[in-house]
Design a binder for this molecule. Structure first.
Ligand SMILES: [Mn+2]
Length: 443
């Protein structure tokens, strides 16, 4: 079923929200656990291009839920809802909805997303978050399909829905899951030989899907073009060669989007960058909040030991370590996530791109092996150098056994802090390396 002609992005997102808002009201009143088919919902479903039997195709980004994940899911869902055709037999019969893979309470941390949405007269409140959708219920009724953007392996929380994955659009290393998703439906722009993403942003892949439409000119509205252009410019640091992220595909997408968007790419980039890297914002965050903002949990392929967590922060490690709740925040975070090791990746852009790594664990043998691995220049190109004075200062903080108010004892922990000379290697490169190391260490 196709959307009403001319339905803009805002009305579409409203329709998406209405379905679940109404559904919650009706089902909580009657105890009915099916997706309801009341006339109210029928109206909303028609807005989002769905049939009336409760089938849902959710387009969802990765668990770190950065602006690439969220915007790619919105723009792809909108494209599918508007322009699906007979080649999409499964999804064609469902409501196609974008879901931000982040809880409502954490969405406000996405400041650059807030800025980007406001440029097209949308706000964070217009989005649907993962904790607002009864995914389990839809799944249990056999009505759920999933399209993954900006990742190709569901988070452990969503992994019960693995069998529902029908399509992937991504630029991370292929984890070879969901073997039934093949051909055109498995669009993973990552070169496994060079370990490099072929595009700097999933939004480039989504833009390309719009460009391929016969009626691209009518499909690609100024709003969608602005969203995609904003994210691609942010992800590629406005095609800065020093950052080494943007590719020729990103650059062609940007110039074509600029011809449609009324906003200037460079101005938009600057306002998004300033919101994302705002030093005051990062200074005032608690340790727990800093760590959760852009966080991914990794289990080893053999899943033989406790997982490792990787958080990206947008301030220097030195600044991060001045936070007053450092010790307790790290301990709480690692306990909540039951981590054997936490890797904090710092990335700043001014005056020049600079990356650092902070590795924390309570296992001295493991830390010794990490040190050896990271500084072994023949096994990877991260070009890591241990920051001795900062490391020993931080070690002092983490070493003592503390009793905190409430009676919990914080066990001593260990850490190493490195400068990552290769500032072009992002988590896309570092995570698979760390995971391969950790897997062989755990065996
Ligand atoms: Mn991405």
């Amino acid at each position: 079923m196709k959307l009403q002609n001319g339905l803009n992005l805002k009305s579409y997102l409203r329709g998406v929200k209405d379905i679940f808002l109404l559904d919650t009201i009706v089902s909580s009143g009657s105890g009915d656990v099916r997706l309801t088919t009341t006339s109210d919902i029928t109206g909303s479903m028609s807005k989002v291009g769905g049939s009336y039997d409760g089938k849902v195709t959710a387009v969802i980004g990765n668990e770190a839920s950065d602006v690439d994940s969220i915007v790619s899911s919105i723009c792809y869902a909108y494209l599918k809802a508007h322009y699906n055709n007979n080649t999409m037999s499964d999804a064609a019969a469902s409501a196609i909805i974008p879901i931000a893979s982040i809880s409502r309470s954490n969405l406000h941390f996405r400041r650059e997303l807030d800025v980007l949405l406001k440029t097209i007269d949308l706000e964070l409140n217009d989005l649907l978050c993962v904790d607002e959708v009864p995914l389990s219920r839809i799944h249990d009724n056999n009505k759920l399909s999933l399209i993954l953007t900006d990742h190709n392996k569901l988070s452990s929380e969503l992994s019960p829905f693995s069998s529902c994955v029908i399509e992937i659009v991504d630029h991370h290393v292929d984890s070879n899951k969901y073997s039934w998703v093949t051909g055109m439906l498995r669009d993973i722009a990552f070169d496994s030989i060079t370990s490099k993403a072929l595009v700097g942003s999933t939004c480039t892949l989504i833009a390309e899907k719009y460009f391929q439409l016969n009626n691209c000119d009518s499909a690609l509205s100024a709003e969608i073009a602005t969203l995609l252009m904003g994210v691609i410019s942010l992800d590629t640091i406005n095609m800065d060669p020093q950052a080494g992220i943007g590719t020729s595909r990103d650059s062609s997408a940007l110039s074509r989007l600029q011809s449609i968007s009324p906003h200037d790419q460079h101005h938009l980039f600057e306002s998004l960058r300033d919101a994302k890297w705002d030093p005051i914002f990062w200074r005032d965050l608690s340790v727990m909040d800093s760590l959760i903002i852009d966080y991914k949990l990794f289990t080893t392929p053999s899943a033989s030991s406790k997982p490792i967590g990787m958080s990206s922060i947008l301030q220097t490690i030195t600044d991060f370590t001045t936070k007053s709740d450092l010790r307790l925040g790290i301990a709480q975070f690692m306990k909540e996530q039951s981590l054997s090791m936490l890797v904090v990746m710092s990335c700043i852009q001014t005056p020049a791109p600079r990356r650092e790594l902070l590795v924390i664990t309570d296992n001295d043998q493991l830390l010794g092996a990490v040190d050896k691995f990271l500084m072994n220049t023949s096994s990877h190109n991260l070009d890591c150098v241990l920051q001795e004075p900062l490391t020993s200062r931080m070690q002092q903080v983490l070493k003592a056994t503390n009793q905190v108010p409430g009676g919990t004892v914080i066990e001593p922990m260990l850490c190493s802090i490195y400068t990552q000379g290769n500032s072009k290697a992002s988590r896309k490169q570092v995570a698979p390396l760390m995971l391969a190391f950790y897997d062989s260490y755990s065996k």
